[in-house]
Design a protein around this ligand. Sequence first.
Ligand SMILES: Cc1ncc(COP(=O)(O)O)c(C=O)c1O
Length: 359
Amino acid sequence: MARIFNFSAGPSALPQEVLEQAQAELLDYQSTGMSVMEMSHRSDVFVGIASRAEADFRDLLGVSDNYHVLFLQGGATTQFASIPLNLTQVGDTVDYLDTGAWSSKAVKEAAKYCHVNVVASGKSGNYSSIPDVAQWRHGNNARYLHICSNETIGGVQFKQFPNVSVPLVADMSSDFLSRPVDVDRFAVIYGGAQKNIGPAGLTLVVVRKDLCGSARVETPGTLDFAVQAGADSMSNTPPTFAWYLAGLVFEWLKNLGGLPGINEINERKAAKLYDTIDASDFYQSPVEASVRSTMNVPFTMPKPELDKLFVSGAEAIGLSGLKGHRSVGGMRASLYNAVPEAAVDALISFMNEFEHEHG
Ligand SMILES: Cc1ncc(COP(=O)(O)O)c(C=O)c1O
């Protein structure tokens, strides 16, 4: 078996132990004689899997009873529409902070439903930093403020979350469960599973209960938070296998010491890579040091024509998924929870050799 080191931005690496457990249980889940994929979502066995996963998720992130946790479909992109549909009425204003490609997409979608006030944008600085909170211009009576906690493409990440007087909504797709977060400061947290949580096809939404129940009349039932909460996220057939796999990931995280434990590992992995970049005149990080992401690390070299050579050389020794996003160029190493520290060590030694040869 040849498992390689996978630095893909998502879908991305899953813990090997989790895949092995899923493999061992694939044909006959706990003496049921069938795979989880083949089970009714209404069966006692699956309902047990689902509720255990939710309990472990709540435990890991510290989600109180004031919030619903929803296991949905449609990805974070569908939430770009669900959020305004659930939290606004026609004519309302909402605040969005534009820190990169994903915030911009969220703005575009929300603008179909309400008046979007962009409080500040990092665009003129090529999205290399997060606009200073003192410069944010809030809209009148905005129903909420939307931020992206970690821009997967640009590699900027909030280190502290802003104190605001309106409900705070965060797209945490690419740093969900990578570090402890004070959930009580948020109205809604959401994200696609395919980075730190499990396979694609599952979307996690944590929403304060008092914000549910006043969705617009035209909101599709499957997107209505109150409807899904009332049906335990089963108003239609949920993505059962992805939900089960996420549950295995949650158990794996708990065994690693929960979010403080994984955060320590993530900080160490990212620091090593940024130190390597900073110690060299050859590699450069386009991101301001104070907001560099621990999850997605873009970096460039002085001659962009070397990019292809870097990516193919890395691929040849089992380091995969390092090509940067087409909008940024260069390279990007995604260091999600399931990317082992050994992968980062192997990448750093390849970077040092490559610099030695081409620098
Ligand atoms: C920060 C962020 N938001 C939203 C999305 C879109 O997620 P999905 O493809 O699950 O709709 C992504 C996908 O990579 C992302 O990284």
